[in-house]
Design a binder for this molecule. Structure first.
Ligand code: 9L3
Ligand code: MG
Length: 138
C-alpha cells in the first residue's frame, strides 16, 4: 500500500464484559446504524482528547447503564480492520468488575454468551478475530 492509500483512522474501544459465570456480553447493533443486526462487543468512538479507558467507561455508562473504573479494564488485544472509507483501530478490554446490571439504553438487544458459543453470533468483521484471543483467556 502506498502512502497515498492511507485511510482516515477511526479509534473505537470495545469491551468484553464477563459475568460471574464466565459469560461474555454481546450487543446487537440497532436498526438504522451501520452494520445493523450484527453482534458486537459493546463500545464506541474515542472522542478527541479522551483516553481509551475514559471513552470505554463513558460508552459502558451510556449504552448499558453500568459503572466501572480504569483499574477494572484489562487490555487484551487490538482489532484492526480496513473498511472501504476508513481504517478502524479498536483495542479490546476485558472487564469483570463493574456495578449495575447491563440494560439496553440504546434500543440494542443484549445477550450473555458462553465463550464456546461466541462464534454462533454474526459479528462485524473487526470483532470476529477478537474471539480467538478471548477463548485463550477465558
Ligand atoms: N464497531 C465495530 N465493533 C465494535 C464497535 C463498538 C464498533 N465492537 C465499528 C462500527 C462502526 C464504528 O466502529 O463502524 C463506530 O461504532 P459506532 O459509534 O457506530 O457504535
Ligand atoms: Mg457504540
Amino acid at each position: 500500500m502506498s502512502h497515498s492509500d492511507a485511510k482516515k483512522l477511526l479509534l473505537v474501544v470495545a469491551c468484553a464484559l464477563v459475568d460471574a459465570d464466565g459469560r461474555v456480553l454481546l450487543a446487537q447493533r440497532p436498526e438504522g446504524k451501520a452494520l445493523a443486526g450484527l453482534w458486537e462487543f459493546p463500545g464506541g468512538k474515542v472522542e478527541p482528547g479522551e483516553t481509551p479507558e475514559a471513552a470505554l467507561i463513558r460508552e459502558l455508562r451510556e449504552e448499558l447503564g453500568i459503572e466501572t473504573q480504569v483499574a477494572c479494564l484489562a487490555p487484551l488485544t487490538f482489532a484492526s480492520h480496513a473498511y472501504d472509507d476508513f481504517h478502524l483501530l479498536m483495542p479490546l478490554y476485558v472487564c469483570r468488575r463493574y456495578s449495575g446490571i447491563p440494560q439496553p439504553r440504546d434500543a440494542q438487544a443484549l445477550k450473555w454468551v458462553r465463550p464456546a458459543k461466541l462464534r454462533d453470533y454474526p459479528m462485524p468483521p473487526a470483532d470476529e478475530p477478537l474471539i480467538a484471543h478471548l477463548l485463550d483467556l477465558l
